[in-house]
Design a protein around this ligand. Sequence first.
Ligand code: ATP
Ligand code: CA
Ligand code: CA
Length: 429
Amino acid sequence: EALVGNLIGEKHPNYILMYNMLTGIRIGVSRTQAKVKRPLTDEDYSAKHKYSFDIVGNELTPSAKYDFKFKDYAPWVFRELREECFHLDPADYLLSLTAKYILTELGSPGKSGSFFYFSSDYRFIIKTIHHSEHKFLRSILKEYHEHVKSNPHTLLSRFYGLHRVKLPRGRKIHFVIMNNLFPPHRDIHETYDLKGSTVGRVLSPEKLRQNPRAVQKDLNWIDNHKQLELGPEKRALFIEQIRRDTAFLKRANVMDYSLLVGIHNMKRGNRDNVRRNTLHVVQPHDGAIRRKPSQMKGHRDAGPFTAGAMRRAIRQSELKPVESQTNLAEENLWDRQNFIFYQDEGGYRATDECNSPLPTIYYLGVIDILTPYTVFKQVENCWKGLSADRHKISPVPAGEYGERFWRFMNAVTRGGGGGESFKPVEKHR
Ligand code: ATP
Ligand code: CA
Ligand code: CA
């Protein structure tokens, strides 16, 4: 459960999967990106673009090391989400993910069986998702897009792409690309995953001893007397955004999501330096884009190389001539500076009663938002048949889940109302 994972080198069992995912992203995204932007239509939300890769190559796809099929879902919608809603520089996005064919795998940190991969610079996370989650995201994509448009400061997971890789033996792997809430340049000293439920929501002391950065849960939060220290101003903004985001999730019938909280203690700083020391460089094998070492460090001051690199990326992956370059951003937008909750060193800095800064930065987001109540119910019932103690999870309908989540979030932020405390209703351990 730590944020340090296994680097996927060529000998890793998932190397081929990683190679195929990154190749598909590189070709799919740059092909969409190379076209002249146009207004979205309703069909764009259900669109899927198919690519077939093989070692020979054809006029649509360059040759790849392996045979596989790739599907890019709603590519125009995700382009719009990335550029218009999340202010991502297109070149930066592609470079972060595919400049080096290297990912760090976080061996399945949840119960769901999903795998998580970090891009080599830790800015993005690839999460493999269940077919039902994939179907669900497609079904709510339009509403999600609307929500994000009218809530530019949303705390919900930022989805940048939805894709599928199909391996020759028929295995289909769906995955999303999303933001890593935690910044690559800061140590996260404590992590909590909060749902507002207390049933079974505890990380055992042994596990915490083994790894002090393991993800803790609601009961640990309560036992540690934690509070999000936010002065009246920041608290009001946070609570209002959570209210709007949970209202959306309730309407979409989603449950089982959580608030992920990473805590950076500025006094403690970065001396542990865990993740950054795990970075290695592995050269890509085909025409993958390479980034010079001087270009790898920061995003803020990456300067004018991005548009040029983007053009190279497009040229390398496209056999057809590029139709237009006019929409490529010339300046590199640092995606986080535009957003209230990600504005302080990529996070949200704690403040006191007078709204003056305190030496803590929170990294916050609502994650795991692709489980509709119906699916959760099915899975749970299936578990019940297998083992008696699985129903501890106590699913509640989306409306109830959202209410409980919202009440908990009100209680975990200090300030404003003067710190009403959360009283767990069902405390079993
Ligand atoms: P389950 O359904 O059992 O809860 P899951 O496989 O759906 O698990 P998530 O809940 O999405 O997984 O995430 C599991 C953990 O991965 C989180 O607690 C967090 O530590 C990490 N994680 C997930 N998304 C992000 C993100 N966007 N940024 C940083 N860390 C993340
Ligand atoms: Ca989860
Ligand atoms: Ca999940």
